[in-house]
Design a protein around this ligand. Sequence first.
Ligand code: GTP
Length: 869
Amino acid sequence: MAQSYFPVSARCSTPVAAELAPTPMNATVMQQAYVERKDSLVHAIDSTKSILTGIRDFNKEDWVVRYPHFRDSSQEQLETTKRPGYQRRSMSFADDPRTETEVVFAEPRKSMTRSLTLASLADVQEELAEQDNQGAQDNAQVEDSARLIPSAAGSDFRVLRLDLKLGPSGSSSSPTALVSQLEKNSIANLIDERITSSLSHVDKLRARVEDTASKVLVTGDLNAGKSTLVNALLRRELMPVDQQPCTSAFCEVHDVAENGGVEEAHIVKEGAVYDIKDVSTFTRARVVDLEEVISENENAQAVIKLYIADPRPSAQSFLNNGIADISLIDAPGLNRDSLKTTALFARQEEIDVIVFVVSAENHFTLSAKEFLLNASSEKAYVFVVVNKYEQIKDKNKCRRLVLEQIKQLSPRTYEDAEDLVHFVDSGSVLNKDAKNPSFETLESALRSFVLVKRSKSKLQPASTYLSHLLSDIDLLAGSNAIVAQSELDSAQADLNRVRPELEKMKSSRDGLETTLGSIEDGKVYEASTRTKSILTAAVDRVGTGELAVKNENISMPTYPGLLRIWDYARDVRCALLASLDSAVEQAEDDARVITTKGFDDVADLAQTHLPAGVERKYKNFHAQAMFTAFRETKGNRKIYRRPSRGTVIPGSMYTLGLGLTQHPELVDTTFFDIFDVQHQFAVYFGDVGKHTEEEDDATPSALGIMSVGIGALTMVGGKAIGARGLVEGVLRVSDLIGNESTRKWLGPVLAAATIGLTAYVVLELPNTIPRTVGRRVRSQLLRTPDGYTEDAAFIPAHARRISGETRKVLRMASWDVRERFRGAMEDRAREVKGAEEIERKAKRAVEYFGEVGRKTGEVRSEAGLVGAQ
Ligand SMILES: Nc1nc2c(ncn2[C@@H]2O[C@H](COP(=O)(O)OP(=O)(O)OP(=O)(O)O)[C@@H](O)[C@H]2O)c(=O)[nH]1
């Protein structure tokens, strides 16, 4: 037998038992129970609504709610879950179907949520649970039997299920396949929509639960005796009864109390929505004129509301039962015209009970069968009244045949036929003298059915829906709590990793700055000092007529003889200048080594200060690229070229960027390269005047002029002159001096001295020219060019240039490290900020979803929803 909705008192078939039908006492108890149940359900509905609204807001503002998908775990994993009432499933999320987590479900028991635990945690809990006493396990098993949702469906959504089909072509129903293209936010939007529609359904359920009215639709074949049955139930000749079909309207009979105690008929205007307070929606008529009204509306299938007084006590009265506002609806007999309308009417949510009247003489017509089949699928149970039973001779046969037909048309009704199928003679009920026990049984059963069914039809859909909804909320909250916890753990792990890195970087930032600065300054100073030292030594060597540095490509020219002495002086000058260029190159090479060391120091510093994962070295440092201006690429190789060998001296006369040997002013040989007369006099005759290096190149004095004369004797442009010319020259000089007598002796003496000196000087020339040239070159290089400061001279200018290049390289390397450091620090700061934000949100979500789980447990417990079906 199917689950019964009949109280024990109503499950009777004898007149004696019928007296146990709801008495005023148990009617009150029933009403009280109903009201309590209704109130707790309304409270549960309100609480669920608030939870659901909260989730929707949380989804919008705080946390993108994830939608889980569950599938069966592997057999091996299933075997590891031993406890009854627990299911092991694989959980993934719609936006990330590939990541699966093993979880264990615990079905909801009294005041419990449908908990969802990570399998790893559940295993630990399981071990602990095994240590629990046997009594607790027994209780759990008892409660398992009252499981709200069958295990098989326990891990699926019922109300909040998302339809994730991709469209007509994407016909696959595998969530993994379907949702892989969906993003977290679009799924969150779908969840939002689902929650919104669920909220509006909850509102409807609430209104229905709050509605105390209950409608009983009496329908059946034409002329089956429907109106007769309604009259019998009301104990009053209200509905017109005729042997020919007469009811064409839907007559709803209500208790007179609903119309302020006035018996009245309200004919609902066509197309209007009836409102008892709005007279424009209906036309009034007298109840005694009902027959007339019905025949006037014969073809219109009107709806007529009838407010009728039933003076019987509430224990007997159907309308005035003291429990609910029941209305009886006498529908037109089923024929082809009315079938659709009646079926539509029957489907309305407010129709709680269908009483189907069938004539014992005719059984079920085709229309009746069609209607009953449809109605059964909607309402499951139908109350069947087989009328005119007293007319049948072979009552057993009739009963058997009718029940067989009911079995086909409404199996649930057939299963409960004892309570739901009644064979009666409604026609004789109004005859006060005749006893009619079968009708009294019917009446008692119908009262119980309507009142109990009312509780079921009104409250159960709401409580079932609510149970499913709470279960889905548990599922959603449980799975999201797991995700939130995992995000929280990962955010905290990130913070534990990144925060110390950031703190370390903050505290070492100043140190890095200082050290970078001191590396730069130190190496620049070293390069400058080294350059000065190399070039000072080089210039000094050149000053003594030697090559500045040893270089296999540079050598002093050999003396070519007196006739080519001019060329010799020029070649010596070029060799010395080239050796100086070489010394400059040496200083540059040393600066390269110093810079490379500085670069490595900077790189080491980066290694110490930069966190893991940040690229350390500034590109590739090519030391050979220093002091070059041109660069070309051969294949993968970069080739650096000097603009010319040697010197770039900003702010001096050598600013052309050419080597010393390329400067005409330096290379040009002058007379004084060969005969540095002042110097010779200083050496051979003592200090003739105050001789300074600066004067080496100064305008010749009178003595100098004499020297010019002497020099002119020996050479000009490499051409030797004859002895006669020499003597003439001496005489010409002597003409300038003194008187006749003096001339007499001075002439020969001067001539002899000049010849001797000239011979000496000429013989010494191969040795003196390099010294003279070197000294003059040295003097030129040490001199500060006119209009420039001291550091524009050869040595300080090179020191500045070379150390400047070192600074440039190291500054770029330092800048790069600083930038990387700054970038890495910003990244870490951003990472910390992001992780803190995730941590904050995840923490809030863990708390929130935990709270949701707690609240659903409370709602379930308070509304007694466990075990609701
Ligand atoms: N003998 C007998 N006649 C009945 C019984 N019930 C109804 N009748 C008669 O059957 C005829 C039709 O009854 P109604 O109550 O008008 O039937 P209905 O189903 O309302 O008819 P429509 O609304 O026109 O479809 C009337 O003549 C009734 O007197 C019954 O139990 N026994």
